[in-house]
Design a protein around this ligand. Structure first.
Ligand code: PGA
Length: 254
């Protein structure tokens, strides 16, 4: 049985003060423990403050990116060593904004995943097609290729902890989400590709998330899909009340 997972990706939003206010508001709106794992991924600058603020709560901490080397002349980068000093358990890798704006390739993401596993972080690996690829009917080919390149040469130990987020690029921040059926089709294919590349029991243990214009209105419909084990939420995760509703849709999917 895969534990359901909801991840907040705040992107480059929220100061430390705003992050702390959000946590207080989320706890107020939730009134009790969630029925799933919940991870908050703030900007690096808020990780330390949130590490303290989330201690003793059911909410876990994640980073939005990480470099693969431990230390050295990599100005501006954050090492897994630094993250391991905090209670960071999860790290988002290969988000399409990093691929598009910062030139991240599947080869770089592959190295980041290897480093994350070596530090026993749980990588949340983002894959998904652009609008052009979608319109040309290349979705499954693109996603299969991304998954294979990222898995290439990975050590077997810890692989079952990997989380894959299917985020169609055209759905991110656009208000134009994939339909739950489209998400299921792609995510079912991802699980098949994982089973072929590794083995069925490992693929069965991996969690698959949908991301792209998730809202408190559509979350429940995604969660009903067989291969959707959770959600990666951007914009709607910045509003504590909406995010609490999304978390609660696990207990009572509409
Ligand atoms: P969105 O972002 O929910 O604002 O579309 C999702 C993401 O980029 O992870």
């Amino acid at each position: 049985m895969r534990t359901k997972l909801i991840v907040a990706n705040w992107k480059m939003n929220a100061t430390i003060a705003e992050a702390l206010k959000f946590v207080a508001a989320l706890r107020r709106h939730m009134q009790g423990s969630p029925d799933c794992e919940v991870v908050i991924c703030p900007p690096f600058t808020s990780l330390y403050a949130l590490d303290e603020a989330l201690s003793g709560t059911p909410y876990q901490l994640g980073a939005q990116n990480m470099y693969w080397e431990d230390a050295g002349a990599y100005t501006g980068e954050i090492s897994p060593r630094f993250l391991s000093e905090l209670n960071v358990r999860f790290v988002i890798l290969g988000h399409s904004e990093r691929r598009k704006s910062f030139g991240e390739t599947d080869v770089a993401i592959n190295k980041k995943v290897a480093a994350a596993l070596a530090y026993e972080f749980i990588p949340i690996i983002c894959v998904g097609e652009t609008e052009e690829e979608h319109n040309e009917g290349k979705t499954l080919d693109v996603v299969e290729s991304q998954v294979s390149k990222i898995l290439d040469g990975q050590m077997k130990s810890g692989l079952e902890t990997l989380v894959w987020a299917y985020e169609p690029v055209w759905a991110i921040g656009t208000g134009k989400n994939a339909t739950p059926q489209q998400a299921q089709e792609v995510m079912g294919t991802i699980r098949k590709v994982l089973a072929q590349a590794l083995d069925a029991p490992t693929a069965d243990k991996m969690r698959l998330l949908y991301g792209g214009s998730v809202s408190d209105k559509n979350a429940g419909a995604f969660l009903k899909q067989k291969d959707v084990d959770g959600l990666l939420v951007g914009g709607a995760s910045l509003d504590a009340e909406k995010f609490a509703k999304i978390i609660k849709s696990f207990s009572s999917p509409q």
